[in-house]
Design a protein around this ligand. Structure first.
Ligand SMILES: NC(=O)C1=CN([C@@H]2O[C@H](COP(=O)(O)OP(=O)(O)OC[C@H]3O[C@@H](n4cnc5c(N)ncnc54)[C@H](O)[C@@H]3O)[C@@H](O)[C@H]2O)C=CC1
Ligand SMILES: O=C(O)CCC(=O)C(=O)O
Length: 527
């Protein structure tokens, strides 16, 4: 019988499902070292946010087939390591949506009426009505950052309370925002005009420290900020300082850069204008049952050899088709990710053209893989092979599929064209005989480069000296170039340059590149 380790508190409903097919050991509060020691005997690991599944644990988990996160965010799991080791990582993308949205709403109202402090004062024997004169949310402006599952539910409830709604989400269509009663605006305007700001975005390199001293300085002195998303999106020191100096009106936080929150955090000494809860967003009986059942069922299925429905790292497609298409799925995902990053914002139309022998295949998994890549910038681990199409539809992305078996530059190749709010871009890629991926075309300029983790693309005028200037600029920022290619159609016309880099590009370098005479555009891409 397979063995499942449950290392965080999980609802009994989940344990009952697991017990049908496995021996279940519940061992909570284990240290990293203890987990590394015992994990070799387990086939599955089920966690909430309390367990950090490190590379070390994954490396030691020689029997591990699946890691189940009873919740949304898998930022406490080293997913790339799990993927490399062939371990499926699953989550519950919707099981705690309502709980998290309701917690954010509760925080907003509690903050407006000082409920935690007022409650505390009565329980301490006082009857102070003067210190707790609050504010109404009715007719106030709520700025929602991230209009996904939780943000959308918050929007519906806040609208019913008579609030005016602004939203910032570069990956959502105006139609979707309109439908939710939100005015889609840029982040600056949201910061300046909101009376309340609530965050419902994942923690990513782009969202880390999004609310920093500079952002706080743009906000109204009365603004109240709610973060029930992820710690690290707000610069806690800057927030504490702004609150102490009365430069903002209040903050309610459920999540922190480090959890548990440090004993000496400046947040702990704030007065009634701050509310702190210990990551309780998903802590309702209903949500815990939902996520436990959702994830336990997936662990059971995978242990029985069936696909998982919310795998964040392995396609949940039919095994036969999957095996045959696997290399092309990777190609499609890479190209989708690339064209999405080149588009740099909302994509309205994705044209997917299957070429050569690929045109003879079922296009659906390829399209799904391309969408997964395209949406991964916005949705990270939330997007998978099962939900990519629905997510794209909800975001108003139209898909056109075409086939052209006569294009035989390579045995099989794939062409993606994204029409976006900020411009149109296209990429083509192919598989070489050994299954290696090549990007063969960017914006109709022929090239031949493998996708790598850090890449730099420029659009420039083909003229002497330009390549050298970019090379020395990167050198001066200590960025090592692994390979470089230029594609052009006519001599001294327009050209593209593609550089594979060993290091991430430091902040500020793109602005410097843009200053080089002849450079028209420059993009960094992470694949
Ligand atoms: N406090 C708690 O206990 C809980 C926290 N969460 C957290 O809430 C967050 C949101 O969850 P969901 O709504 O389910 O996710 P979701 O994936 O449905 O929505 C996230 C939205 O953020 C948008 N987004 C991505 N990058 C952005 C950026 N740079 N700027 C603006 N918008 C951006 C995406 O387009 C998407 O619409 C996640 O980080 C999740 O981990 C979720 C459940 C419970
Ligand atoms: O497991 C929990 O209580 C945290 C939930 C959460 O943060 C998530 O689902 O992303």
């Amino acid at each position: 019988m397979p063995k499942v380790l449950v290392s965080d508190p999980i609802d009994q409903a989940g344990l009952d499902i697991l017990s049908q097919v496995a021996q279940v050991d519940v061992k909570t509060g284990l240290s990293n070292e203890e987990l590394v020691q015992i994990i070799p005997e387990y086939d599955a690991l089920m966690i909430r946010s309390g367990t950090r599944v490190t590379q070390e644990i994954i490396e030691a988990g020689n029997q591990l087939k699946i890691i189940g996160r009873a919740g949304v965010g898998v930022d406490n799991v080293d997913v790339p390591s799990a993927t490399r080791k062939g371990i499926v990582v699953v989550n519950s993308p919707e099981g705690n949506t309502i709980a998290a949205a309701e917690h954010a709403l509760a925080m907003m109202l509690s903050l407006s009426r000082y409920i935690p402090d007022a409650n505390h004062s009565v329980k301490n024997g006082t009857w102070d009505r003067k210190s707790y004169v609050g504010a109404e949310v009715y007719k106030k402006t709520l700025g929602i950052v991230g209009l996904g599952k939780i943000g959308s539910h918050v929007a519906a409830a806040a609208k019913a309370m008579g609030m005016k709604l602004l939203a910032y989400d570069p990956f959502i269509s105006i139609e979707r925002a309109d439908h939710l009663g939100c005015r889609l605006v840029d982040m600056d305007l949201l910061f300046r005009e909101s009376d309340y700001i609530t965050l419902h975005i994942p923690k990513t390199p782009e969202t880390a420290n999004l609310i920093n001293a500079e952002a706080l300085a743009k906000m109204k002195p009365t603004v109240r900020i709610i973060n029930c998303a992820r710690g690290g999106i707000i610069d806690e020191a800057a927030l504490a300082e702004a609150l102490k100096e009365g430069r903002i009106g209040g903050a309610a936080l459920d999540v922190y850069e480090n959890e548990p929150l440090e004993a000496d955090s400046p947040l702990r000494s704030l007065g009634k204008q701050a509310i702190l809860t210990p990551h309780l967003g998903a802590s309702t009986a209903e949500a815990q049952i939902n996520v436990a059942i959702d994830v336990a069922e997936q662990i059971r299925d995978v242990l029985l050899g069936l696909p998982a429905r919310s795998a964040v790292n392995i396609p949940g497609l039919y095994p036969d088709a999957l095996e045959k298409l696997r290399p092309y799925l990777q190609l499609a995902e890479n190209l989708g990710n690339l064209v999405g990053q080149l588009a740099g914002g909302r994509v309205e139309l994705l044209n997917v053209r299957l070429q050569g022998e690929l045109a003879d295949n079922n296009s659906q998994p390829i399209v799904v893989a391309a969408l997964k890549g395209l949406l991964s910038q916005a949705l990270r681990e939330r997007v998978n092979y099962v939900n990519a199409s629905i997510e794209a539809k909800e975001r108003g992305i139209r898909i056109i599929e075409t086939r052209d078996g006569s294009i035989r530059d390579y045995t099989g190749s794939l062409h993606l064209e994204a029409k976006g709010a900020l411009g149109d871009h296209s990429v083509t890629g192919a598989l070489l005989g050994d299954g290696e991926i090549r990007i063969t075309d960017i914006d109709e300029f022929p090239i031949n480069v493998p996708p790598t983790h850090h890449m730099l693309f420029t659009r420039h005028r083909d003229m002497p000296g330009i390549i050298g200037k970019i090379g020395s600029l990167l050198g001066s920022f200590n960025v090592n170039i692994a390979s470089m290619q230029v594609g052009r159609k006519i001599v001294r016309g327009d050209a593209v340059m593609v550089l594979s880099l060993d290091d991430p590009l430091p902040e500020g370098i793109l602005a410097e590149i843009m200053k080089v005479p002849g450079i028209r555009d420059a993009y960094t891409v992470m694949l």
